[in-house]
Design a protein around this ligand. Structure first.
Ligand SMILES: [Zn+2]
Ligand SMILES: [Zn+2]
Length: 359
């Protein structure tokens, strides 16, 4: 099933390239602060579309034997290439796994982007932040509070012109929404991580990652949700209690398959995240958000449109789910659920009523 889904993604990419379609991925916007909240009905802030943009599937979080993975870098990268991913970040803990040594795997369809999982802690709280497109190892900082530790990590990554993403905040229940809200200069957060011990769904008195994402968006943080593998286990049995590959990915919309183009498109929200469903298109006009789903076999799909406070704004059962703005929304995002329970997360499309705020 996984092979089938990825083959479909490949066909989608080829078709999109052939047609040179000017598709649009949601979540792109100019400076929101320019749009003061007003009584006027909300309109989507529709960006200029990049010329000749294509979709590229990739995973930004995977381990090798250079840290705590069970397989060396070359066969790990080969797994992703064979499963028709277009890019991969090998993100070992506090180690630079240099893709230069794997250049024989790189071609026009497959790219390795240098990365690291900058791994530190404050007390019992784990602070893991991925750095995408690095040129050397970034030392893990320490701080006098949890917030300071995370912020110094983000800042160290930005100082290298690399792109940070906040990993599995619920791992060891380390980073709650209060701290996530107070961070600055971060645009990407893992809302779905394939490792079995990271508590994506929350529980008890702790928020799940999608609820945390909506809480941040509602308060005015411009942040995008990513799905990743965090794979460690490529040997032996593939099972739910093991950290196997193929469980979460992003599909990025950019004109070219280069490291810089991919990570900058991610940082700008030009992508969707998925644990299964394949999208053919995401399009917004000033008033309408439309998704096109690539149907797999006899699967059925339910799409939920979600707005501020995680409110369910609408549900659509079709393969071209559509949401028309009512006028009061600050952002709208879509959640496409297939009949196996897998999800594609369309990034929030902000409206003229969204006011970006910092703590
Ligand atoms: Zn981690
Ligand atoms: Zn990891």
């Amino acid at each position: 099933m996984r092979l089938h889904a990825t083959a479909r993604t490949r066909r989608l990419i080829v078709r999109a390239a052939r047609a040179s379609l000017a598709l649009f991925t949601g979540g792109i916007a100019g400076p929101a602060s320019a749009h003061a909240q007003s009584a006027a009905p909300a309109r989507f802030v529709v960006p200029a579309e990049p010329a000749n943009a294509r979709w590229f599937k990739g995973n930004t979080h995977t381990h090798t034997t250079n840290s705590d993975g069970d397989t060396p870098p070359e066969p790990v990268a080969r797994w992703y290439k064979q499963h028709r991913y277009n890019f991969l970040v090998l993100s070992d803990h506090n180690v630079f796994t240099d893709p230069a040594a794997l250049s024989s795997l790189v071609d026009s369809t497959f790219l390795l982007i240098p990365g690291e999982e900058v791994t530190t802690a404050f007390g019992a709280a784990s602070v893991h932040v991925n750095a995408l497109d690095i040129t050397r190892v970034i030392p893990a900082p320490t701080g006098s509070s949890l917030l300071e530790t995370v912020q110094k990590t983000i800042d160290a990554i930005r100082a290298e012109r690399a792109i940070p993403h906040i990993n599995h905040p619920n791992f060891r229940w380390s980073i709650d929404t209060t701290v996530l809200w107070r961070m600055k200069n971060d645009r990407l957060i893992e809302i779905h991580n394939g490792h079995p011990l990271v508590h994506n769904e929350g529980g008890g008195d702790s928020q799940g990652m999608e609820d945390a994402w909506d809480a941040l968006l509602t308060r005015g943080k411009r942040i995008f949700g990513i799905a990743v593998d965090d794979a460690h286990h490529f040997q032996g049995e593939f099972a739910p209690d093991r950290a196997n590959p193929g469980r979460g990915w992003v599909v990025v919309r950019t004109p070219s398959l280069t490291g810089r183009a991919i990570v900058e498109a991610l940082d700008a929200g030009h992508f969707y995240a998925s644990s299964g469903p394949v999208l053919r298109e995401v399009r917004a006009t000033e008033t309408v958000l439309t998704v096109q789903i690539q149907r797999e076999g006899d699967f059925k799909y339910t799409t939920q449109f979600i707005g501020a406070n995680g409110r369910l704004l609408g549900t659509d059962m079709s393969l071209t789910p559509t949401y028309t703005l009512r006028g009061g929304e600050t952002y709208v995002r879509a959640r496409v659920i297939d009949s196996a329970g897998r999800v594609a997360w369309v990034q929030p499309v902000f409206t003229t009523r969204f006011v970006e705020r910092q703590p």
